[in-house]
Ligand binder design. Sequence first.
Ligand code: IMP
Length: 178
Amino acid sequence: MSSGKYVEKVLIEAETIQKKIKELGDKISKDYAGEDLVLICVLKGAVVFLSDLMRSLDIPVEIDFMAVSSYGAATESSGVVRILKDLERSIEGRHCLIVEDIIDTGLTLKYMKEYLLSQLPASLKVVALLDKPQRRKVDIAPDYCGFKIPDEFVVGFGLDFNERFRSLPGVCVLGDKL
Ligand code: IMP
């Protein structure tokens, strides 16, 4: 029986991630040139991505944070989302970009978009570092995406398994310890 987890392989190297974030930053800076942008980071997984992405932008931005949790089993999103921490400032009339670590079933993002749209932002888009399109349960896609990955559970670069592995510099696949 499995007694834990270990890193089986690096799926995306730290250097590759940094190059991609630079590309995303250039594109986002161009698209929002002259606009007033709020980056909305979804805690905790997207923190590492946010900190690199915001420094790759050459436009002024504000940042704010939300924390949400899905009801249901830990590895399966149920679509019923509870807000653990809300935004600190109003987003009415502001251009907003949700910064997500990974889109899996899409249920969390669908809920977040509906919730944020009800607060009447000027616009609302999504940037996700990782996307697992094979797992999708609702028709939703990020406006900006770093990497599409296969249906594997990944950790590192902010992503966790039971709060572990967030500090790994690359995106890694876990294996089972015997
Ligand atoms: P969704 O509602 O199924 O799209 O779930 C999105 C959230 O589930 C992400 O923001 C992550 O916190 C978590 N998640 C989904 N897949 C993974 C994974 O492979 N590794 C770590 N966390 C994941």
